[in-house]
Design a protein around this ligand. Structure first.
Ligand code: ZN
Length: 130
């Protein structure tokens, strides 16, 4: 279950982000995960429950935002958000398809228990799935 290693990477990045903010306890972790990122949300939350124990994010709430799958056809210029993963244009059947969103796997932002300063941090995580 690769969600475990994903979550390990994620918590490492959360830890780095939190340490930049004075090692304040993390209260919320907001993720953006594309529908086609191949990530099982339940497994990810389960991994979080186990892996976050004893870390700075132990009591954090995990919030997962779904990013819809969107493709753009370079042949006819149409945009689609198909339900299933496809590399063929539904309009002209062309294969010059560009995936514009839906494969993200990134930390949107985290919130830390810190009353001073802006409690926001942005960090991107490479999608190494595949
Ligand atoms: Zn097309």
């Amino acid at each position: 279950m690769h969600e475990v290693s994903l979550m390990q990477n994620l918590l490492r990045m959360v830890g780095i982000a939190a340490s930049k903010q004075g090692d304040s306890p993390v209260t919320e972790i907001h993720l953006r995960i594309g529908k086609m990122a191949g990530v099982n949300r339940e497994s990810l939350k389960f991994s979080f429950d186990i892996l976050a124990k004893g870390t700075i994010a132990e009591n954090a709430i995990l919030v997962i935002e779904d990013v819809p799958f969107n493709i753009h056809c370079s042949d006819c210029g149409s945009d689609f958000n198909p339900d299933d993963f496809t590399l063929r244009c539904p309009e002209c059947e062309g294969t010059s398809i560009e995936i514009t969103s839906g494969r993200e796997m990134e930390i949107d932002y985290i919130l830390v228990d810190d009353e001073s300063d802006s409690p926001e941090s942005r960090d991107k995580m490479e999608n190494t799935g595949g």
